[in-house]
Every structure is written in C-alpha cells, then in structure tokens.
Design a binder for this molecule. Structure first.
Ligand SMILES: [Zn+2]
Length: 458
C-alpha cells in the first residue's frame, strides 16, 4: 500500500500546479499505489492535496489471502475518489499472474511425451504457448472479482493498468529452441522454422489472452475506461530496448544501430483491445555502451527513439501513458562502473520532447529508495508542461526525427497556424542552424532554452 512516509514525502517535495490540468491526464507514481492507512477524512484531505498537484492515487488489486482486505480498501479509496470527482484507478498486476503456474498441463511436451519448461526467463517456468488456454478462466475470474465488486458499488473505473510481462508466450531468450523441441508447438506452428512466423503467432496469442481475461472484462463494464499494460503499445515493427529479463542472442533476428541490437517486433497491441498505449522510456544500463555519443545523448538518443516510435505509431486519439525512469535502470550488483548516468537536464528535455511527439502522461517507476529523487524531478517538468495544455491536447506532432548525428534536436506541435517548438542541443551544437520541415517549407528554429510559440501563417 501507499506508505504514509511516501505520501508525505511526495506532498512535501511537489508544489501545487501553477497551470490548471484541465482535461489532461494526471501523473502516476509507483509509490502511490494501494490505499494508505488513513481515516476516510484524512484520506480525502490527502487526495485533495494530491489533486492540487495533478497526481493520481491507484488502488492495488491483489490475490490470495490478502484479497478481501485489498478489495475493501480499494472500494474505500474508489468511493472517496468518486465523491471528490477524481479519477478512480487501479493497479491490476497481481490478478494477471500466473498463466504459467508450473502445472504439468502448461508444460511443453517432447516426442517421448516428457514435459519440460523453459527456464531462460529466470525463475518463471515458461511453458507451452499452446498449453495455457485452460488457465484463462482462472485468471479472468481474478480480474472479475474486482470488476464485479466495483460495479456493485456503483464505481466508475477510469484507469486500470498492469505490469504483466514475464508470463505467457514470449519469443526471446531460449523460447524458440524450446518450442522447436515441443511436439504440440510443432503441430500448431507449421512454419516454426521461420522466426518471424513464430513471433507473429506468439504475439497474436499474447494479445488475445490479454483481451479475453483483462481488457474485455473491464471495458465491457466501463467502455470509457483507460485499460493498458506495461510495454504494450503501437510501434513501427521494431523495439530499441531490452527488458531486464531479456538477453541479446546474436542467432535471433536483429539490426545494429551502432552497437544497439534492435529487434523486429510483432503487433501485440491491436489484439488486446487496450484503450491506451504504455511505452517504456528507461535508462537501461546496457544502453550506455551501445553508442559513441557524449554521455547524455547516449541515453537521450535511445529514449527518444522509443518515444518517437510510439508517438508516430499510435493512432490519433489513443492516449500514450509512458513509463519513465531517470536513474540508471537495472544496473549490475557491483555498481555502475564506467557508465555515467543521464543528467537531470537531459532527462527533463527527453520528457518535453516526448510530450511534443504525442505522449499524454507519464508513469514514474522506481525503487522506493529513489522516489524522493524521481517523483519531484518528473512532477516539476510535467507540471510546467501544463502551461501549454492547449497545444498538448489539441496539437499534432510535426516531426519524429531522431538525429543519428548528435546535435540539435527539434520537436513541435502544430495547432492551427501556430507551432509550439522546442530545441535541445547536444555536443556543442548551440549556434548551429536547424530547421523543421512543414508542408514543404523549412522553418528555422534558433537555439535557446524552453518552449516557444511560432506563427506559421507568413
Ligand atoms: Zn510447446
């Protein structure tokens, strides 16, 4: 649950909004999940204070022995939020686990009818993509337990996300070899020797699972709700980052950008029915060594590629709520070594460029001991962006260009005959000329900090 210490820290380290949030989505913080141990009156006061800062609080849905207590606390939070006119939202991580529960029916099966699992994803016994349909009902009922209770209580759920990742069909690590050894996988996948076909089938199945057990039960009850999952978003067919549980395998398809092994990625999002996109813009430790840029641009370049991919690929009107993290993500136990962290200034610029490329809101993920750093840093930039809420809500991104040659980076939103532009300079590019292309015209953007509004009707 949200600890009182975190709640107090966040209230102390963030300021009430200077510009109204209007129709913009609130900010989501990892440490504000689960109903804090406060009376109804004190909880309402805390929620009002968070709302003055534009920050949401989410209920935390659990399973097992804690479930009844979680539900009671979730309903209490939701009722107070609804009375205050605030977003009613929930974290639906626990109810989606685990399809791969280690039971024999979920295992791959070899030609001698021996069952086996793939242990290349850590401690999760990854089984057969074609052996888990019998688990759908159990998982769906864990979601419906909450959905039914919210419905009975007359609550209007507005936002539900999950962080369902190391479970269900995944094509990376040693998954392909395991499937090729499995008689059931071979029967289901006549083109199993073709990785692209294998990947496409698994991602389609993965999307369908999420739709049946999670998106559909929620969206059928609350068609206007935002429902999504970590790392599931429209894209251009490529992924430029690796999650903590994924290894680079040179034998699997990839294309190098410097030393970044970008991977072809199949469409998972459209099968899910999700009503918002959830890209992941993190300072993954391994990113640093992929490029030869100056320190900040190593991080910035990769994260802007991810941001631009999602911004350009999401259909208009689909909200993009991105997971973000500033401190180096998933560093080795022995420490950072030669890896230099991203500066706060560059991180702030990255957030701005994501907003000017169509991202709508952010979700801060971080370990608890980083929250005092991450939450105010993110909040400050996000709160400043509300000065331009009109552009952010109604504007259309003008460019998704990510310069491979380090220098000036431009982003802009067009609203009618005006542009909201931002220029960030790297490797001493200040003073160099830079242009945006717009309707066949070149619009020069001079250097200088912050956002500017430029008229384009000349
Ligand atoms: Zn199998």
């Amino acid at each position: 649950m949200t600890s009182l210490a975190h709640l107090q820290m966040i209230l102390e380290r963030t300021q009430p909004l200077r510009w109204p949030r209007g129709e913009r989505l609130p900010l989501f913080l990892w440490q504000l999940q689960g109903t804090p141990d406060l009376s109804d009156t004190a909880l309402a006061d805390a929620l009002r204070e968070l709302d003055r800062r534009g920050i949401a609080m989410l209920a935390r849905w659990t399973t097992g022995d804690e479930r009844d207590e979680s539900l009671a606390q979730a309903l209490r939070l939701g009722r107070i939020q609804q009375e205050l006119g605030l977003l009613v939202g929930a974290n639906c991580i626990a109810p989606l686990y685990s399809f791969f529960d280690g039971s024999p029916a979920t295992a791959h099966v070899d030609d001698q009818r021996q069952s086996f699992f793939d242990d290349s994803f850590g401690k999760v016994p990854m089984g057969c993509p074609f052996g888990i349909e019998q688990r759908y009902g159990a998982i769906r009922s864990q979601v419906e337990f909450y959905a039914d209770a919210y419905q009975r209580a007359g609550l209007q759920l507005g936002f539900v996300y999950s962080d369902w990742e190391v479970d269900g069909p995944l094509e990376w690590n040693d998954a392909w070899e395991h499937s090729k050894r499995c008689s059931r996988c071979r029967a289901q996948l006549p083109q199993i020797e073709d990785f692209t076909s294998f990947q496409h089938t698994l991602r389609t199945l993965r999307g369908e699972m999420q739709r049946q057990v999670y998106a559909q039960p929620l969206l059928s009850r609350w068609p206007q709700a935002l429902v999504g999952n970590y790392a599931v978003y429209p894209h251009n067919g490529w992924r430029y980052w690796y999650d903590y549980f994924e290894r680079f395998k040179p034998s699997l398809p990839h294309a190098f950008d410097a030393r970044e092994p970008a991977r072809p990625w199949a469409d998972e999002f459209s099968g899910t029915g999700y009503s918002f996109a959830m890209p992941v813009m993190y300072t993954w430790y391994r990113t640093y060594d992929w490029y030869d840029y100056t320190t900040d641009y190593r991080w910035f370049y990769n994260m802007l590629k991810v941001a631009s991919n999602a911004g350009q690929s999401a259909p208009r009107g689909l909200p993009i709520i991105s997971f973000v993290h500033h401190n180096v993500t998933d560093p080795p136990a022995e420490g950072l070594g030669h890896v230099q962290p991203m500066s706060e200034a560059a991180y702030r610029e990255l957030l701005w460029h994501a907003l000017l490329r169509g991202h709508d809101a952010f979700f801060s993920w971080c370990p608890d001991d980083e929250a005092a750093h991450e939450a105010p840093l993110l909040h400050e930039t996000w709160a400043e962006s509300l000065e331009y809420a009109e552009f952010l809500t109604g504007g259309v991104p003008v460019t998704f260009d990510v310069p491979r040659r380090e220098g000036a980076v431009l982003s802009a939103l067009r609203l009618g005959d005006r542009l909201l532009v931002r220029r960030s300079d790297f490797a001493g590019s200040e003073g160099q000329r830079a242009w945006l292309e717009l309707d066949g015209r070149r619009i020069e953007v001079t250097d200088g900090s912050g956002c500017r509004i430029v008229s384009i009707d000349k």
